[in-house]
Design a protein around this ligand. Structure first.
Ligand code: 3UK
Length: 525
């Protein structure tokens, strides 16, 4: 599938409607509360589209989804696409301040929120400088109920199950995903309708070999394009079914229970997720992974030890691949049967990659440089970010900000980032944002946050803190800081280790020497 193979006017909701027409009775989605066929999901999505129309929503207007991985996530996403609107899939792990910034940036006309997540929006909806209609999925405690919220089931109950999807252009925006930047302000990454089927063909079909008899499952959540692609768009593109689980991916026994109960054939997770499963299994925890034929790892660098341990326990070779929200999904990936453990694999046909030096000159195999990628699924631009868009989308090339080297067999090896950003459990963490949260504590004079590795070789934030006064009890300050950041930072961003120090290494111009801290921060138990 190439861009030219798609009709000029193309709506990616076709990925669902085609299945409804050709295999309507086949299972589309399973979860702990039941299952849906393609025809059922299609009808629900059409009801959502009609309900959105009743709000006088115009094509191109954004609709925000702050939803757990339940069937309503999928109904809403496809309903939004059918209506020609732009689906803004929000990370469910953030704090109210983050949501305020994102909602003010994208100004959705409608927000569909899970009842269980409403308290994370406390005070936010009321203070937005524009009106937003709020739809709540499932139960919500009265205190957390946003003003004038409407119940999702009631909202779609009377709506027609027939809807002619909006005839969008294949290059019209269809979804917006927010990603942290170095300064902490999130960037809205805009993708067009065309990016979904092209990525599904190149990655889902050609690389992972998905077919209609597969069933996918992701520990990563649907708001992350690693999972939107891998556990929704790609399988449905081929007619395969998906597994949804609304609980925490950090709970190994729950993830293993879902795999045992719903028997997926393909599983996606970050390396951190695999490490959590391995720790459980190696402690003797019950597991039955016999349904799996393929396990895909992405989101952060996969330490080779995790690859080896997974092979030992399951007999399966982890398929590591690098992707980005900017590219929608993976562009370099290992191929089943041709895996080189520790590497990210080879470029996926349909994408071209280059490794360049500071002058933009291509480097020789074995030399480290910045990784650029060219293909037909690059984001259109960062929403309302002219300068950042120009820095990242350079002509036909997308600058990943990753350091890589290639070997002489054409395999690509990750060698860190060219900025200070950290990938923690597959999700971006800006060290500056963690530092700002710590600095807002009155006893902190200075601090610096860098990535340090845990016993599995996975990166987590580590803070070096200089107290305002000498002689403070380090353990007490540490405990206070942990408490202090709870309200200010999403849990996954918090420093896992805090070192109280008397000063920070600085350059002659007074800048913190992060590389010196990084060197001293290796390997924690
Ligand atoms: C890092 C990796 C080493 C790398 C993503 C697959 O992670 C995804 O998207 P994000 O926008 O982050 C992109 C950045 O994450 N990274 C991702 N995978 C690997 N580093 N090895 C890997 N295998 O810094 C990259 O630039 O959050 C991954 C599919 C869809 C995605 N959105």
């Amino acid at each position: 599938m190439k861009l030219r193979d798609l009709p000029t006017f193309y709506n990616a909701s076709e990925i669902l409607t085609r299945n409804a027409e050709t295999r309507g009775d086949a299972t589309a989605l399973v979860c702990d509360t039941g299952s849906f066929t393609f025809a059922q999901m299609d009808r629900k999505a059409k009801q959502v589209a009609n309900a959105l129309r009743s709000f006088d929503l115009r094509p191109g207007e954004p609709v925000a989804l702050l939803l757990l991985d339940r069937p309503e996530w999928v109904m809403s996403f496809f309903g939004v696409l059918m209506a020609g609107s732009v689906a803004v899939s929000l990370n469910t792990l953030l704090v109210p301040e983050d949501y305020r910034a994102i909602l003010e940036d994208c100004r959705p006309r409608v927000l569909i929120v899970d009842g269980a997540l409403c308290d994370q929006l406390s005070g936010v909806i009321e203070e937005l400088p524009f009106a937003v209609r709020v739809i709540v999925v499932g139960e919500v405690v009265p205190a957390a109920r946003p003003p004038r919220a409407v119940d999702f089931a009631e909202w779609i109950a009377g709506a027609s199950e027939h809807f002619e999807p909006e005839l969008t252009h294949r290059e019209d925006p269809c979804c917006l995903n927010y990603s942290s930047g170095t300064t902490g302000t999130p960037k809205g990454i805009v993708h067009a309708h065309k990016d979904l089927p092209i990525s599904a063909q190149l990655v889902g079909v050609n690389t992972l070999g998905l077919t209609a008899s597969d069933r996918t499952f992701a520990a990563a959540k649907l708001f992350f394009t690693f999972a939107t692609g891998g556990n929704l768009i790609f399988p449905w593109f081929t007619g395969a079914s998906i597994t949804l689980f609304s609980g925490s991916p950090r709970n190994a026994s729950n993830i293993l229970r879902v795999i045992e109960r719903h028997r997926p054939t393909v599983f996606y997770s970050s390396p951190t997720g695999y490490a959590i499963l391995l720790a459980h299994i190696e402690r003797g925890g019950h597991h039955d992974l016999s349904s799996l034929r393929l396990c895909v790892s992405a989101g952060e660098a996969l330490p080779e030890t995790i690859w080896q341990r997974w092979k030992q326990v399951t007999g399966l070779e982890l398929i590591d691949g690098i992707g980005s929200t900017e590219n929608y999904h993976m562009f370099i990936c290992n191929k089943p049967g041709e895996v080189r453990p520790g590497s990210s694999g080879r470029p996926i046909p349909g994408y071209q990659v280059r490794i360049v030096d500071e002058l933009g000159q291509e480097v020789k195999p074995g030399n480290i440089g910045t990784l650029l990628v060219k293909g037909e699924t690059a984001s259109l631009y960062y929403h309302r970010q002219y300068q950042r868009s120009r820095e990242t989308f350079v002509g036909e090339w997308l600058n990943t900000g990753d350091k890589y080297f290639a070997d002489t067999d054409g395999y690509y090896w990750h060698a860190g980032r060219s900025d200070d950003m950290l990938k923690v459990g597959g999700i971006w963490v800006s060290p500056h944002e963690v530092e700002n949260a710590l600095l807002s504590h009155p006893d902190v004079l200075e601090c610096a946050v860098v990535g340090a590795t845990d016993s599995s070789g996975l990166v987590k934030p580590k803070a070096y803190v200089v107290p305002r006064e000498d002689g403070m009890n380090p353990a007490e300050l540490e405990a206070q800081l942990v408490e202090h950041v709870v309200e200010r930072l999403a849990a996954y961003k918090r420093a896992r280790w805090v070192r109280i120090v008397s000063d920070l290494p600085k350059t002659a111009t007074g800048k913190v020497q992060r590389f010196a801290l990084r060197r001293g921060a290796e390997a924690h138990g």
